[in-house]
Design a protein around this ligand. Structure first.
Ligand SMILES: Nc1ncnc2c1ncn2[C@@H]1O[C@H](COP(=O)(O)OP(=O)(O)OP(=O)(O)O)[C@@H](O)[C@H]1O
Ligand SMILES: [Mg+2]
Length: 323
């Protein structure tokens, strides 16, 4: 497999704080890789080491096969970083920022201007292009910041919490941008605190906490590792609820909870490690209810959210620290 990033036992210590504490990461080229973790988990510190902005205290990391310590120039030539805090100049306009950065990257005046116009257009900033950045909203600034980081198409783009603090519409715009960047062949390492964001964008996710990877896999694998989905049933006739409760308990072999109203029942089911398990159990439940002549008004099968996965994982770590 062609790896964009390979990190083994990466360590960064600040005083007594092991901010990154033996981080292992293998990021396949060509996709979005999510790094998920709470405040202070070590995401930004890890990204800075991989982008050669911070020197590791231990371990080893390569970017497209180039060692971050021994070949920093080769690494820098291939990566771009959009930091957690925007780095554009407040007093310049959006257009001026992009042209200036393009010039700093060595583009001539006219190509720099053309590329700037292209990016402003692609990111919906054409109208705002001639306004000073200090008049931009948070979402506009974030988009400009990402635009600045892809003036040259990098092989690897680090996006450090690109949507933190954005409203749903701006988040969607940033997601579209990320998809477009990946479609052009760039590998994206995306850090986020939002599980739904990692779920939507990333092909694989590493969950990190206290500077270590505590789980890794596809979003589906992470969810099924918690092994639960939720079946919810709403009955036409509240009088049949006790009967329905017995059917559900028998078919799903799990405790049935009565909803606050008289009509609903909820069951958390184990998926036995496979994603199809819960769906199969749900369809058996429906057919057995129908066979008993119990009319169902509403039925839903919810997958566990990554939020639940995360809670379960970090909970485990608190109770029994991973060696
Ligand atoms: N320059 C620094 N000096 C001292 N401590 C630092 C420094 N940078 C980070 N830390 C500490 O290292 C730990 C990891 O911080 P880091 O910024 O990498 O976390 P993060 O996962 O990016 O968090 P957030 O989601 O809040 O951005 C924290 O405890 C932080 O206080
Ligand atoms: Mg951070």
């Amino acid at each position: 497999m062609n790896l964009a990033i390979e990190a083994t036992g990466l360590v960064k210590v600040f005083g007594k704080n092991r901010a990154v504490d033996g981080l292992d990461l293998r990021v396949p080229a060509g996709s979005v890789y999510g790094v998920l973790g709470p405040n202070g988990a070590g995401k930004t510190t890890a990204v800075k080491m991989l982008a050669t902005l911070l020197r590791p205290d231990g371990g080893r990391a390569t970017v497209f096969g180039h060692d971050v310590l021994k070949q920093p120039n080769e690494v820098r030539a291939r990566v771009s970083l959009t930091g957690q805090y925007a780095s554009v100049d407040e007093d310049l306009t959006g257009l001026e920022n992009l042209v200036l950065l393009g010039r700093l990257l060595g583009h001539r005046k006219r190509p720099a201007r053309i590329r700037a116009d292209q990016l402003l257009d692609a990111f919906g900033l054409t109208d705002a292009g001639n306004r000073q950045v200090k008049t931009y909203s948070g979402g506009m600034r974030r988009r400009l910041d990402i635009a600045a980081s892809i003036l040259n198409t990098p092989d690897l783009l680090f996006l450090d919490e690109p949507t933190t603090g954005l409203d749903p519409r701006s988040r969607n715009q940033v997601w579209e941008i990320v998809r477009a960047v990946v479609a052009q062949g760039t590998t994206v390492l995306l850090t986020t605190q939002y599980l739904d964001e990692a779920d939507r964008l990333a092909s694989r996710i590493a969950v990190i906490d206290h500077g270590k990877v505590i789980a890794e896999g596809t979003p589906g694998q992470l969810k099924s590792s918690v092994g639960a989905g939720t079946v919810h049933v709403r009955l036409r006739d509240a009088g049949r609820r006790e009967e329905a409760e017995r059917v559900l308990g028998r078919v799903l072999a799990a405790p049935v909870q009565r909803d606050a109203d008289a009509f609903g029942l909820t069951v958390r089911v184990g998926t036995g490690g496979s994603e199809s398990g819960a769906a199969e159990q749900a369809s058996r439940t429906l057919s057995e209810l129908a066979a008993a002549g119990i009319v169902v008004d509403d039925f839903s099968l919810g997958q566990p959210s990554l939020d639940e996965v995360f809670m379960a994982l970090t909970d485990t770590v608190t109770k029994e620290p991973v060696a």
